[in-house]
Write a protein that binds this ligand. Structure first.
Ligand code: ACO
Length: 444
């Protein structure tokens, strides 16, 4: 069945070329330069090995484009982030999370009717199979919520057999809707499980963020009224985390998907990749760090440690592979942190004050200036999430919930390409050269 997909890649027909020359032999080869809509053009080296007998070496992918994509554009020098051509600032201000989800999945902002139908479909899928409730009981109550998420999201593939045919566009769409709909339910269940409260069922009369807050903070014993300010802040946080081009977790999802794994398994792989402190796990680490710093007077000591190459400590929530300017998401969250805390009546938040002072000092320090290290999305998000009542261990789960939209949109885009080939990087082998086998009685 999938055979039709495994055809060889189309070669680019390009007018511009890039010439590689082997200085030792004098041989040279030309490779097409391909332009995108925006951003640096790429050298298409897909025939490099076939022509030259060489691979490239780029272990952390600092100069490697892994795919073509129409979803998200980042200009790291200018601090620009756009989804399908719309700026993140405008989307955060004017759109709902489900509108952004539709935009990422389908390419354009939805009409009124399209949004209505999409919302209806997402709402329809918010419940999880009742057996999944039992699945949770296998976990320790003190398990990290991300550990539970890795398990339960992967387990969805054991429950929704009717949408696992990755070659059927309709089934792909149902899986995408299921994932977007069920992530808040599962995320809320991990929280409820950790505090020993009963799971709350989703409520279809509420908006996406409202329903999520209701499932986290409501209890069956009494009606729960969602604070619109909380729902608004939550919605903003979801939008800001929805997609971010070919980052570690998204690349993990695409790579898993390239082997024709089912979408639930692919998203579970994205969750594992997101968990690390260099990626989505940084939001939890930022608060830990701010608490460790404790007082403004201690900031210089921590800045000194962050600059010391013999000390593994880094300023969490600072620096980014792509942004060499202020992360635009951090800009929005910085303002949002003030708004939310003010609206909640928290006018002196020592952690926010500490974060702002740390940011100020770091942004003036030569080490951070020279390396273009600016606050990233994780720097301020934890402060807002804590003010909303979430424990620190839930921060990365909320990131995963929102990023599911980006992961599944990227997966869908990859599956819609006319060719799908398994992702298979090569390596520079540096182990021993071939050597004779040593029998046991001759080994030292
Ligand atoms: N604190 C101190 N120094 C830093 C920091 C930091 N947060 N980030 C980078 N540097 C320094 C490095 O030591 C290195 O210095 P050198 O050139 O003297 O060796 C230089 O800046 C470049 O850093 P790299 O690690 O090479 O940058 P890379 O692009 O590989 O890493 C990363 C990016 C992982 C985000 C890094 O900046 C970091 O660890 N930040 C802290 C964790 C964090 O906030 N992660 C969230 C990222 S956003 C997201 O995923 C949602």
């Amino acid at each position: 069945m999938p055979a039709k997909k495994n055809t060889a890649p189309q070669k680019e027909t390009a007018e511009k070329t890039f010439t590689f020359t082997n200085d030792q032999t004098g041989e040279s080869w030309q490779f097409p330069i391909v332009d995108g809509t925006a951003g640096p053009s790429v050298i298409d080296i897909r025939t490099l090995y076939e022509n030259t007998g060489h691979f490239t070496l780029d272990p952390s992918f600092t100069a490697t484009g892994s795919c073509k994509s129409r979803l998200t554009f980042i200009d790291g020098d200018e601090g620009i982030l756009m989804h399908r051509g719309y700026s993140i600032e405008e989307l955060t201000e004017k759109s709902t999370f489900l509108e952004v989800a539709y935009l990422l999945l389908y390419g354009d902002l939805p009409s009124k009717n399209e949004l209505h139908d999409f919302t209806k479909s997402i709402t329809y899928h918010t419940m999880v199979h009742e057996q999944i409730h039992l699945f949770f009981r296998g976990f320790r109550r003190d398990a990290h919520p991300m550990a539970i998420m890795c398990g339960v999201v992967g387990a969805l593939s054991a429950f929704y057999h009717d949408s696992l045919d990755i070659w059927d566009p309709k089934q792909r769409e149902i899986s995408a809707h299921r994932l977007i709909a069920k992530m808040p339910t599962l995320a809320a269940m991990t929280y409820k499980y950790s505090i020993g409260q009963p799971f709350m069922y989703p409520r279809n009369d509420l908006g996406y963020a409202e329903n999520f807050l209701q499932m986290c903070f409501g209890v069956p014993a009494e009606p729960y009224k969602v604070n619109p300010l909380h729902a608004n802040a939550m919605e903003k946080i979801f939008i800001l985390h929805a997609d971010h081009e070919q980052n570690a977790s998204t690349s993990t999802v695409r790579l898993a998907g390239s082997s024709q794994a089912n979408p639930f398994a692919c998203i579970a792989s994205g969750i594992t990749s997101l968990w690390g402190p260099s990626h989505g796990g940084a939001n939890q680490e930022v608060l830990k760090m701010l608490e460790q710093i404790g007082h403004k007077k201690n900031i210089p000591e921590f800045i000194k440690r962050a600059k010391d190459k013999d000390d593994p400590f880094r300023l969490m929530g600072f620096g980014h592979r792509v942004y060499k300017n202020y992360d635009p998401r951090a800009q929005v969250l910085r303002a949002s942190a003030h708004e939310v805390l003010h609206d909640l009546g928290i006018n002196d938040n020592p952690l926010l004050e500490l974060a702002m002072e740390l940011e100020k000092i770091a942004l003036e320090d030569k080490y951070f200036v020279d390396r273009k290290l600016f606050p990233n999305v994780d720097f301020y998000s934890g402060i807002i999430l804590r003010a909303l009542g979430f424990p620190d261990t839930m921060f990365t789960v909320l990131f995963a919930l929102a990023r599911t939209v980006g992961w599944i949109s990227q997966w869908k885009e990859m599956m819609e390409e006319p060719t799908l080939r398994i992702g298979r990087p090569r390596q520079l082998y540096t182990g021993p050269a071939e050597r004779p086998y040593i029998p046991m009685n001759k080994r030292k």
